[in-house]
Design a protein around this ligand. Structure first.
Ligand SMILES: Cc1ncc(COP(=O)(O)O)c(C=O)c1O
Length: 388
């Protein structure tokens, strides 16, 4: 059977490979603790589930969710209210908001809507693997922009060669950053907006961790920057904020031309989000912001536990202040993969190797805080023993 050449360029999806490894070890009776995947273990709040059940009982919601291709107007209105309250960003629900089946699909729709085959698309390295896959599937050329500890994991836009910037038509960024945990700044947004305007680059700012912040870090949306809406869109999601990763609901907000392009892709790809999930999403945004505060307490506690363990065994580092990941430098003299294998072999702990996110991820592992406190405690005890 012929399969498309474009797929050959895409490496196997990181977590599919990891899951295989974990399942194999489990089948051998090993008690594996995975700190590799960012998927909250706490359930979705009850009231959101109740809203889904209630709406699912209405036969009117069993049909195609065609209230509007861009998502139900009521959902988009609620997203507009959320952006107003959380970020003081004004959005027009009619033209500046698109409901999504998660921000991951938004990446894909952004590329298909904005990029022609052969166009360069800038992405950070390390970076979320779905960006590269989206670019390659659309025939674009990914260009890696390093993000390094020395510049607090922000790209140095002036270092991007001018001939590359001139050919670039799109850029993916994500802060609070997966995998590094780094946060952006208002000054950086201004520079990014100027850069995008100068070279006519559509920015896709992916913000699903926008509220997972510690130590007083400021909550930011790219759209807070003057002129940002002229150059880009922001993707956001209910996945991480409301423990709804499996529900598949998110949104793209910002530049109306990009939203219209993404919407055209979307209406020709799927038929929108199941109405009861959109109602549940409205309910989450309206009634459950407390869940974010609750989760921040939990992640903060776990973050402290990991940082203290690592510090006890001499693995000191300056942790950035966002996301529920810790981006940890591996012991001197080891590669990311060697250290990942050591943790697996000696402690049955799975972490993500930094190189899974790009060449500049070498020398790091990513630890996710989305397991229960007890499992994390157990993992940290094993971690400490393995390195004793
Ligand atoms: C940077 C980044 N973008 C997007 C996603 C996907 O989120 P969603 O569940 O909204 O598709 C993830 C999930 O891990 C992520 O880390």
């Amino acid at each position: 059977m012929q399969t498309a050449d474009r797929l050959k360029k895409i490496p196997p999806y990181l977590f599919v490979e990891l899951r295989k490894k974990i399942n194999k070890a489990k089948a051998e009776g090993i008690d594996v603790i995975s700190l590799a995947i960012g998927d909250p273990v706490e359930p979705t709040p009850d009231s959101i589930i109740d809203e889904l059940c209630l709406r699912a009982r209405d036969p009117g919601n069993h049909r195609y969710p065609t209230d509007e291709e861009k998502g139900m107007l009521a959902f988009r209105q609620e997203v507009a209210r959320w952006y107003d309250v959380r970020f003081e960003v004004a959005l027009d629900p009619a033209s500046e908001i698109l409901g999504l089946i998660g921000s991951k699909e938004g990446c894909h729709h952004f590329i298909l809507g904005c990029i022609n085959p052969g166009d360069i698309v800038l992405m950070t390295d390390p970076g979320y693997p779905a960006y590269r896959a989206s670019i390659l599937m659309a025939g674009g050329e990914p260009y890696n922009v390093p993000i390094l500890a020395g510049n607090r994991y922000l790209p140095i836009l002036e270092d991007i060669p001018t001939d590359v910037a001139k050919k670039a038509r799109g850029m993916f960024l994500n802060y609070p950053n997966n995998p590094t945990g780094a946060c952006a700044t208002r000054e950086f947004f201004d520079r990014l907006t100027d850069f995008a305007r100068q070279f006519d680059i559509a920015v896709c700012y992916d913000n699903p961790y926008g509220e997972i912040l510690f130590d007083g870090q400021e909550r930011l949306s790219f759209l807070m920057a003057e002129g940002a809406k002229e150059v880009g869109v922001e993707l956001n999601s209910l996945s991480k904020l409301f423990n709804m990763t499996g529900w598949r609901i998110g949104m793209a907000v910002g530049n109306p031309d990009i939203i219209a392009a993404m919407s055209k892709v979307k209406e020709n790809t799927d038929s929108g989000i199941f109405n009861p999930i959109q109602y549940a999403g409205i309910h989450a945004l309206k009634k459950e912001p407390q869940n974010i505060d609750n989760m921040l307490q939990i992640y903060g506690r776990r973050r402290k536990m990991v940082i203290e363990t690592l510090s006890r065994i001499g693995m000191n580092f300056d942790p950035p202040k966002g996301t529920f990941y810790l981006w940890v430098p591996v012991p001197r003299g080891m590669t990311s993969i060697e250290f990942t294998n050591l943790l697996f072999d000696k402690a049955a702990i799975v972490v993500a190797a930094g190189t899974a996110y790009g060449q500049y991820g070498e020398g790091y592992i990513r630890i996710s805080l989305t397991v229960t406190d007890n499992r994390l405690r157990e993992a940290m005890e094993r971690f400490e023993k393995a390195l004793a």
